[in-house]
Every structure is written in C-alpha cells, then in structure tokens.
Design a protein around this ligand. Structure first.
Ligand code: SAM
Ligand code: SF4
Length: 461
C-alpha cells in the first residue's frame, strides 16, 4: 500500500493556514452542521492563536458534544496482561533496554483473579494491553480475550474486551477477531516518519509503515472497529492532529468506515524516559487539541485516560470525550493484589495520574450531571459503527444509548455502588428518565429498571 501520510502535505496545510475570524467561525459552523472537516480546515483551527477565537473553538466543541452526544460517558478499565517487550520505544517503561523493569506475564489463573477483582468493582468493559513480544502472538491474544469473557463472578461479567497490542498480519487479526473482541487499538505514536524512527530504534516497531498500515490489515481481516491514536509530546502537536485526521480520511475512503475511537494519550513519566522537551504539550494546548479533534471528526468516539490528572480530565471531558477509564491500575497483577509504592515503581508502563476508584469517578460524573454508562449493546447486537450511528441516525441516542446507559447504571447501583453513590445515582437516573420526550420509551425503561431491581441482568435495547 502507498503510504497515505505525506508529511510535506500536512506541513504545507499548516504553513498555508492564515486564520481569519470569519473563516474560523465558518469552519466551526460547518462542524456544528455535522460535516467532517478537511485537512485545510483543520489546519486553520490548529493555527488559530487569537484567544477570543480559541474560546469560540472550545465553545463549538462543547456545543457539538451536547448537541450530538448528550451527557453519557462510557466507563472501562485497562488490564495489563504482560510487559515483556522486544521494542525499545524511548518513552515507555517497558522498553527492552530498561533493565529495571520487572518483567511479568500474568498466568491464566492470575488473569482470572484480576478479572474477578475488576468485576467486583462493577467493570463491564476492559481493554487488554500487551508489550510487543513473540509470546504475545495472535493465538495468545485470542486466548486471553476468550478467558476474560468466561470469567463470571457473582452478577459480574465482562461484556466487551478491547485490545491494545502490537500490529498483526491479516491472518493474526482474523484469529483475534474470532475471539469476539471489540475494538483493536494501535496508536501510531507519531505520524512524523523521522521522529518515529528516532523514538523507535529497535524491534518490529521500528518499521513506521508496518504500524501505519496495521489497521488496514485489520479491516481486510473483517475487524472494522479499530482505534487510532497519537502519543502527544513526541513531536509537534499540531502535526499529530493533522496525522490523525488524515488517517481518519484514509480509513473512511478505503473502507467506508472511519476509526471507532481516537485516543490522544499525552506522554507521562516512565522509568528511563528519554524525550525531546521541545514537544511538550501544555494543559492549555491539550484542551485545545481535544476540542479541535472533536470538531474535525465529529462522529468518532474519543477516549481520555487516567494518564491525566482528575483536574485535567474534568476540564477536557466537556469538549467531546465519550469514554474514560475508572479505577485504573497499571502494575501487572495489581487489581487483585495490592503492592506497595516501591514494588509498583518498576512494574508500570508509566505513571497513572488519576488513581481514583471506579466508585469515586462515578460519583464525580454524577455530581457533574453526566450519565455514567457501561453499555455494550451495539457491539453485541452487531450494530457496528455505533458512534457513527449515534452521530448520523436521528433519534439513535434517544432510542438506544440513553436507555442502555440508564439500564447499565441501574445494574451498577444495585450490585456495586456504596449507599451515598447509589442515592445520587438513582436521582440522576430518574432525572434522565423524566427528561425523555418519548413517553412509551420512558415507561419501558422504568419497567426494565424495576426488573433489574428484582434481580434480572443484562437488559438492553
Ligand atoms: N505494546 C503495544 C504498542 O506499543 O502498541 C501496546 C501497548 S502500549 C503499552 C500502549 C500505548 O501506551 C502505546 O501505544 C503508547 O501510546 C502509550 N505509552 C507508552 N509509553 C507512555 C508514556 N510514558 N506515557 C503515556 N503513554 C505511553
Ligand atoms: Fe513495548 Fe509498546 Fe512500550 Fe513500545 S510502547 S516499549 S512496544 S510496550
């Protein structure tokens, strides 16, 4: 395949952009009219420096989120399966040359214990994470995904397993697809080929194109829920946003479906970190880039992780984030086995900056008027491309997403919430049911909530 990222083209757009107030406002209006932005339009937003216009861009993203997606936030947790790694990414604590890292791969019984602990907290959606190593091949990834689906503790079960692992070949993606995974995520880290080569000096990951085309292979293998991402802090953040938008256009053009999710991890402290300080992304720039991404690709899920502090998460969430992790622990085996700080030190890929429990995160979401959701309905009913449907099918959110958010929250409140969180949760839920404008639907949701209170589980629309 011809490489679809042309750095000169992306820089040309950025260099040519001369933001004028009228032009910036037209572009925001186009996004609010649910049009995906072009590279040239994205570049104009990225080059805008006038504080008043930046405020309008952020307000545009807030409006778009409210208008299109409403107040739901989907929750998930990462589960690190193994940190052996034959690559040497300069930013990652798991890099092969980090001799301090304690290497470990969870045994099957350990995976089961971890999943049980996650289910005991109320989690329903996981992303399994692996280093890049011969041991973590497609068969192994598929095996671990199946294992996770089989673990059922009390009322708990994992209903969607996503994967963040090394790129596979087409046959490998087929193998993993047969295990019933949800999204396969591969982050390009940086879309700039030279920067990429500098950060990835060794191992399979040194091959920029093999990584760039990985999600094309996933599509060829029939895996159409794919997640893209860039690791912010490696290279110019404006260029990376252009790369993400170009990658999106490419997937849309070739497969008629854009990425299921976009992730925008920002580099965090890790053991043996080796970075170029020129590219550090400030909190202000981070908020701005998330707002611009929301406007540029209005139909895609956006994921914000516990790499960020609670304060940054609180702020950024308003600009169009649809999924966050909660109760996150990155040290291998730590959901079921709590280690002390010192033991943790060399077991993490990087530092978690939002160490709050799932319960605490849910409480904050409820306090801020969000509707926490553990919904997995679309994926299980074969409604793939659900973010696109939420965005493009009139009434989709009212008919499916909000009711399913309410039903999955009801399960959480009955099974796992502390009494104060439960009290807040029922109030928020009732307010959301009252706000429904379809009386028949609100009665049906109430009836199903009652069935959940009586012990039924896994009801969805
Ligand atoms: N090993 C696989 C890979 O590299 O694609 C998958 C797992 S890797 C552990 C998941 C992601 O974590 C990477 O793609 C990278 O974007 C991110 N990451 C690595 N080091 C990081 C750091 N110091 N701070 C924040 N994110 C980091
Ligand atoms: Fe290995 Fe992934 Fe870390 Fe790179 S980012 S060193 S491939 S675990």
């Amino acid at each position: 395949m011809k490489p679809f990222i042309d750095p000169a083209e992306l820089w040309q757009h950025l260099n040519d952009a001369r933001p004028e107030p009228g032009q910036v406002r037209n572009i925001i209006a186009r996004a609010l009219d649910k049009q995906r932005l072009t590279l040239a339009e994205t570049a104009v937003l990225l080059k805008t420096e006038d504080p008043q216009l930046i405020e309008e861009i952020k307000q545009g993203a807030r409006d778009l989120k409210e208008k299109v997606y409403g107040n739901r936030i989907v929750l998930f947790a990462p589960l690190y399966i193994g940190n052996k790694c034959s690559n040497d990414c300069k930013y990652c604590g798991f890099r092969a040359s980090n001799k301090f890292a304690v290497r470990r791969t969870l045994a099957d019984e350990e995976i089961i214990r971890e999943v049980e602990a996650l289910e005991d907290n109320g989690q329903k959606r996981l992303i399994l994470v692996y280093g890049e190593h011969a041991q973590y091949n497609a068969e192994y990834i598929a095996h671990t995904a199946r294992l996770v689906y089989e673990v059922k503790k009390g009322p708990g079960e994992i209903r969607r397993v996503n994967i963040n692992a090394a790129p596979l070949d087409i046959e490998g993606f087929r193998t993993v697809g047969r295990a019933g995974i949800g999204t396969y995520q591969v982050f390009q880290e940086t879309y700039h080929p030279e920067a990429y080569t500098w950060y990835h000096p060794a191992g399979r990951k040194a091959d920029y194109e093999w990584r760039l085309t990985s999600l094309d292979r996933a599509q060829e293998a029939g895996l159409d829920d794919v997640g893209i991402g860039a690791l912010f802090g490696l290279y110019d953040w404006r260029f990376e946003v252009m790369g993400l938008v170009r990658h999106t256009n490419h997937l849309e053009a070739c497969y008629n479906v854009g990425p299921h999710t976009i992730s925008f991890p920002r580099i965090k402290d890790a053991s043996m970190l080796d970075l170029d300080p020129r590219y550090e992304v400030s909190d202000e720039e981070f908020v701005r880039l998330v707002a611009i991404l929301r406007l540029a690709v209005p139909y895609t899920g956006m994921i914000l992780t516990a790499r960020e502090t609670p304060e940054v998460r609180h702020e950024v969430m308003r600009f169009g984030v649809s999924q966050i992790d909660g109760g996150t622990k990155l040290e291998l085996g730590s959901y079921s086995d709590s280690l002390n700080e010192e033991q943790n030190l060399n077991r993490e890929q990087f530092k978690v900056n939002d160490p709050r429990s799932l319960g605490e995160i849910i409480e904050e979401l409820l306090d801020n008027g969000y509707l926490p959701s553990f919904c997995t309905a679309c994926y299980r009913l074969g409604r793939t491309g659900e973010h696109f449907m939420e965005f493009s099918v009139p009434g989709f959110i009212k008919r499916f997403c909000t009711p399913n958010a309410i039903l999955t929250l009801a399960e959480y409140l009955v099974d796992y919430a502390t009494p104060p969180v439960a009290a807040k949760g029922w109030k928020v839920m009732e307010a959301n049911i009252r706000a429904m404008d379809d009386e028949k639907m609100s009665r049906e949701v109430e009836a199903r909530v009652e069935r959940i209170r009586q012990g039924e589980r896994d009801l969805y629309f």
